[in-house]
Design a protein around this ligand. Structure first.
Ligand SMILES: [Zn+2]
Length: 233
């Protein structure tokens, strides 16, 4: 194999690792944001459950107040009944009292139902609070892992870049710019194998003259289609 090719392959191996480390580093903030969103969604359901409990408790209070109001009205009506001398008015007041008592019965049934709703809401809130507590713990652990992962990736990348700098000195200065250009434009695959007469990058058939150049390994050969540097099988 052409000595320049050998050096380029060593360089490419490092560069591909650097690219992979860079990609993984770029993923970290997105993954962190995903975890944060999960936690925020859960916190929102906690607030919702809390609000529902408060609202249910208020409904119970409102019904209790409605009952008290009607009881006061009944007392007032009974007082009027006691004070009246007219039979008709006495009967009318008695009917009013009965109507309010009926309303109180209905309200008390409603109150019982609402109290059950409060119990359920309290139970549900307790469950969600417990779940959220656990999720918060997991989130803290995951964030710690992310920090460690990021630190490792950065260290690995720095190490690879230092190695790359050393390798670069060895690489033929005439082919390095071409390699760098291809590395950028061909997604980290600048040097590829010619396999069964095909370019290992774009998989197009190589023209015979190129294939001869690749096999001879006397000079740097490129795929006519994609421009990638070729090395023999
Ligand atoms: Zn090609």
């Amino acid at each position: 194999m052409h000595p320049a090719l050998r050096q380029l392959l060593i360089l490419q191996e490092r560069d591909q690792k650097i690219l992979s480390a860079t990609k993984n580093l770029e993923k970290v903030p997105r993954e962190q944001a995903d975890e944060k969103r999960k936690l925020d969604d859960d916190a929102a359901s906690l607030v919702k459950a809390h609000d529902f409990l408060k609202q249910s408790e208020l409904s119970v209070k409102k019904v209790e107040l409605d009952v008290t109001t009607r009881r006061n009205t009944i007392s007032r009506l009974k007082q009027q009944q006691f004070e009246t001398r007219k039979n008709e008015e006495f009967t009318a007041l008695g009917n009013e009292v009965k109507r309010y008592e009926k309303e109180i019965d209905a309200l008390e049934t409603q109150e019982l139902e609402l109290m059950e709703q409060v119990d359920d809401a309290r139970e549900k809130l307790r469950f969600i609070e417990e779940k959220h507590g656990k999720l918060k713990q997991i989130y803290a652990e995951v964030m710690k892992d992310f920090i460690a992962k990021e630190k490792n990736l950065k260290a690995m990348k720095a190490e690879l870049e230092a190695e790359r700098a050393v390798i670069c000195v060895e690489v033929d200065a005439d082919v390095l710019p071409l390699y760098e250009k291809l590395m950028k434009s061909k997604g980290g695959q600048a040097v590829v194998q010619a396999e069964n007469g095909l370019c290992g990058g774009c998989h197009m058939k190589l023209v015979p003259s190129t294939l001869v150049k690749v096999i001879a390994s006397k000079e740097i050969a490129q795929c006519e289609n994609c421009g990638r540097i070729l090395y023999p099988e």
